[in-house]
Design a binder for this molecule. Structure first.
Ligand code: FA5
Length: 457
């Protein structure tokens, strides 16, 4: 059975989602098959069939990739392997000390076939890359395989043949490009009906969490805050100690996290510095103050992690925005005013805020901010009577923790606690988004269900 027909029988294998991998397997098979042809002439015949435009199987592969990805490039792993397969075979043929030109001939024929069949820029670029690519092209491979290894008596002739082939193929490539550029392939192009509607490509949209980040960033931009971002992998010092949470402090119980397994230190004597996935964005308070003298006004959006069991309001990975303002004259009034401004911008002017005493080791006093329930207008009663399902009749919903920066924290960043004051807050973005958009399960943010994502274009 002719070679093309044999491969064509298996074309269905290419319907796998990993098309490039499937093509690379074809290329392996191709090399094995080619091994059965012993002479250069037999191999030349074998390969020329595969790359013949009329029925060559290579062009079926090419069309499959084009249909799937919209273009075919040298970076496509499978296509590259397929194109290189003949070259690899030819390069391994015989010893060059005996009539070297007969070994150059198949390579020349192969490249000529490909160049002649390059009927558009896409195909031409592949043919040129196969010849010229520094890493995997035939030109450099001839240099490495044949030229460097040629026996002394053959070196001169091999070098000459190499230069001749290079010049010949470069001339052909130049000519071919001229033909493509000048519209010599107009016939082929005419077969494309430009009046047909184009392909509709779905652009997608930002994830709801990203949209909420943006909304919050815009509100804080408008009152002079800037955005900084920090590492998700932290040291215990930044995540805990510098935030006034020493080892064995009970707060660490609520913030259990994932620790990284680290290789031993080079000298194998000292233990490596432990690393963990940050449990909150608060370490960036320390990193920012270490770098910058007051005044500081930053917000820090980011991903955080905790060893929490997943349920409707808990995830082991979630998002926070930290806020930090430190200056010489910041009071508790600035703090509540800023938070109220943010909440009203975010939920609308009719919501009210209140704060209750709370506890965080890095703020003093610490508070928990509540917002009047935006769903029942702060009445606790649903529109149709009965208790509001969102606030469970309480009329208030807990929003986030905050407080005035504890003077102990300034000690870790060399700020003078007698001269500066400030406030900080940490907002859980996922729960805030759930509240604003009426989403009742946090897990849905991470499931990438397009039916959900499409509701927030
Ligand atoms: C903190 O993380 C403090 N760093 C906040 C803070 C910053 C206080 C600055 C004072 C000054 P807390 O552990 O309460 O605090 O978490 C903050 C928010 O993260 C919570 O209100 C909640 O919205 C969210 N959150 C906590 N754990 C989870 C979880 N497992 N899944 C989803 N959201 C969570």
């Amino acid at each position: 059975m002719p070679i093309n027909a044999r491969f064509a029988e298996n074309l269905d294998e290419l319907d796998s989602p990993k098309l490039q991998k499937a093509i690379a397997l074809f290329a392996d098979r191709l090399e094995d098959e080619a091994g059965k042809a012993n002479t250069a002439e037999e191999q030349e015949k074998f390969f020329s069939e595969l790359f013949d435009t009329q029925e060559g199987i290579f062009w079926s592969l090419y069309s499959k990739v084009l249909a799937k990805a919209g273009r075919v490039t040298w970076a496509d792993y499978g296509i590259r392997q397929f194109l290189r397969a003949p070259a690899k075979r030819f390069l391994q043929l015989g010893s060059l000390s005996d009539n070297p030109s007969r070994y150059f001939h198949p390579i020349q024929r192969y490249m000529e076939t490909l160049i002649a069949n390059s009927t558009d820029v896409g195909k031409f670029t592949l043919a040129r890359a196969l010849w010229e690519s520094r890493a995997e092209g035939i030109k450099s491979a001839i240099g490495d395989y044949w030229l460097k290894n040629a026996k002394p008596e053959a070196k001169r002739e091999v070098g000459q043949l190499y230069n001749e082939l290079t010049k010949h193929l470069e001339d052909l490539l130049k000519q071919r490009f001229g033909v493509i550029e000048s519209g010599g392939e107009a016939l082929a192009r005419e077969s494309v009906d430009l009046s047909l509607p184009g392909l509709l490509r779905l652009v997608g949209s930002r994830h709801l969490i990203r949209q909420v980040f943006q909304e919050i960033e815009d509100i804080f931009f408008s009152i002079g805050f800037s955005v900084v971002e920090g590492p998700e992998i932290e040291t215990p010092y930044y995540n805990f100690e510098a935030l006034n949470i020493p080892e064995f402090h009970p707060v660490r119980e609520d913030m259990d996290t994932f620790y990284l397994e680290l290789p031993p230190s080079r000298d194998k004597k000292t233990a490596p510095t432990p690393l963990l996935l940050r449990t909150h964005t608060s370490p960036m308070q320390i990193r920012t103050m270490e770098k910058q003298k007051p005044p500081v006004r930053v917000i820090v959006p980011g991903k955080v992690y905790r060893r929490d069991n997943p349920d409707a309001t808990h995830s082991f990975a979630f998002h926070q925005i930290e806020g930090l303002a430190v200056d010489t004259d910041i009071t508790f009034c600035d703090f509540t005013g800023t938070i109220e401004y943010f909440v009203q911008q975010f939920f609308g002017p009719s919501v009210k805020t209140r704060f209750r005493p709370s506890y965080f080791p890095f703020t003093e006093p610490s508070v928990e901010f509540d917002v009047s329930c935006p769903f029942c207008g702060g009445t606790g009663t649903a529109a149709g009577g009965g208790a509001c399902s969102k606030c469970k009749g309480a009329a208030w919903i807990e929003l986030f923790g905050a407080g005035m920066v504890d003077p102990a924290v300034y000690g870790f960043v060399n700020y003078d606690a007698k001269k500066v004051s400030g406030f900080a807050f940490g907002i859980g973005i996922d729960r805030l988004a759930m509240l604003k958009y009426g989403i009742d399960d946090i897990q849905i943010f991470f499931q990438n269900d397009v039916r959900f994502l499409k509701q927030f274009p």
